[in-house]
Design a protein around this ligand. Structure first.
Ligand SMILES: Cc1cc2nc3c(=O)[nH]c(=O)nc-3n(C[C@H](O)[C@H](O)[C@H](O)COP(=O)(O)OP(=O)(O)OC[C@H]3O[C@@H](n4cnc5c(N)ncnc54)[C@H](O)[C@@H]3O)c2cc1C
Length: 346
């Protein structure tokens, strides 16, 4: 293959930084609207390493059923435990899907490519100056000229720091992939009175489960250990993989554009503050950022009151629990019921 076949298209109408769910969805929508789109990602391989519990709250993503290759199991049911009591305090039907996150990200990126976007991995945003971005590639730096930029580069966003925008506040996540826990079918969430800043989860697939905690970094190991001990009571566990990562806190101004740049997904602080699920908000804000970047709609016309209300009310609920000093069992159970059982197709 000739080397220039791999050179970056330049100039472009839309530059997307980050090929996660937010960036891939933005690229798809911008390309569908006819824009010349380039997506760059610093990773060498799409979706790797996986830093995710791999739970998606619906079988539909951006208006289409999730590709069969990215589905590992149906959640089926959701249990909520408090202080690791022997029985769950609530059980609900759950329409969520356990995905293979690597295959999921790849599927979203392929859809963007089918819509006309060009994608380059191993290409890192290093600098930003008005309408020019410095991209570091294996063959050296390239200055790409763009009309609009979608910053979808995750919770610790280089684009934010390049623009002098305040960093997104984050919490820490710690997770293990284990084989063997038969105690939980589907998904389960764990809350502890002495861990008001966070919670734990078990997302079960056929033979393995993702077991994690998120919240104050100093407490994560202790509560993950607590959860693993509880799970291992019935059967020994084998640990297959450790995962650590940052999860954004909700930012109320998550859909604001800054000049020729719009943030999407984790980089925008678009998160459900109750579940700390960021995949669906990444897809929704990615779609909007892509439409804005292709100039098909001004930012002010892209708001979706239903989605906005959902994220806002989740943030308010968490704030109320924390202000109350301890978690109120009843409101917690109700919140999880309503969040987990609502039919959604956002
Ligand atoms: C332990 C853990 C478990 C989680 N579990 C779940 C879950 O079960 N369900 C759920 O909904 N959410 C979960 N989340 C949150 C979810 O993973 C994120 O909200 C989601 O990945 C956000 O997507 P995104 O596209 O905004 O960002 P990302 O998926 O983080 O993608 C950002 C991309 O930008 C690239 N990038 C970064 N900097 C640069 C740069 N300078 N130049 C080029 N590229 C760059 C990165 O390589 C990356 O590919 C979890 C998070 C953690 C940490």
């Amino acid at each position: 293959m000739k080397l220039d076949a791999l050179s970056l298209p330049n100039p472009v109408d839309v530059l997307v930084v980050g090929a996660g769910p937010a960036g891939a969805t933005a690229a798809r929508h911008a390309a569908r609207a006819g824009a010349r789109v380039l997506v760059v990602d610093k990773r060498k391989q799409l979706g790797v390493p996986v830093q995710c519990g791999e739970y998606y709250p619906s079988a539909v993503v951006d208006g289409e059923p999730i590709a069969a290759s990215a589905i590992q199991a149906q959640a089926g049911r959701c249990e909520v435990y408090f202080d690791a009591g022997p029985e769950p305090i609530s059980v609900a039907r759950d329409n969520g899907i356990l995905i293979d996150r690597c295959a999921f990200d790849r599927w979203l990126v392929l859809r963007a490519i089918q819509a006309g976007a060009t994608v380059r991995v191993g290409a890192t945003l290093r600098g930003l100056d008005d309408h020019t971005a410095r991209i570091m590639t294996a063959s050296g730096p390239v200055d790409v000229t763009f009309g609009r930029l979608v910053a979808a580069d995750g919770a610790v966003s280089t684009t934010r720091s390049q623009l002098g925008a305040a960093a997104i506040d984050t919490v820490a996540g710690l997770q293990v992939e284990v084989a063997g826990p038969r105690r939980i079918e589907g998904v389960a969430y764990f809350f502890w009175r002495d861990f008001p800043s966070g919670y734990g989860w078990v997302f079960s697939k056929a033979a393995t489960a993702n077991v994690g905690v998120a919240g104050d970094a100093a407490q994560l190991q202790r509560f993950l250990d607590r959860l693993l001990v509880w799970l291992a009571a019935e059967q020994p566990l084998s640990v297959l993989r450790w995962v650590a990562g940052r999860i954004p806190r909700f930012a109320p101004d998550f859909m604001k554009s800054q000049g020729s740049v719009m943030f999407a997904g984790d980089a925008a602080g678009a998160i459900d503050e109750v579940t700390w699920g960021g995949l669906e908000p990444a897809v929704v804000t990615g779609r909007r950022a892509g439409q804005w970047a292709a100039c098909t709609a001004p930012a002010s016309h892209l708001a979706d009151p239903c989605f906005e209300r959902m994220l806002l009310s989740a943030a308010q609920r968490r704030a109320q629990w924390l202000a109350a000093g301890q978690l109120d069992l009843q409101s917690l159970a109700t919140a999880w019921y309503s969040l987990q059982t609502s039919d959604r197709d956002i």
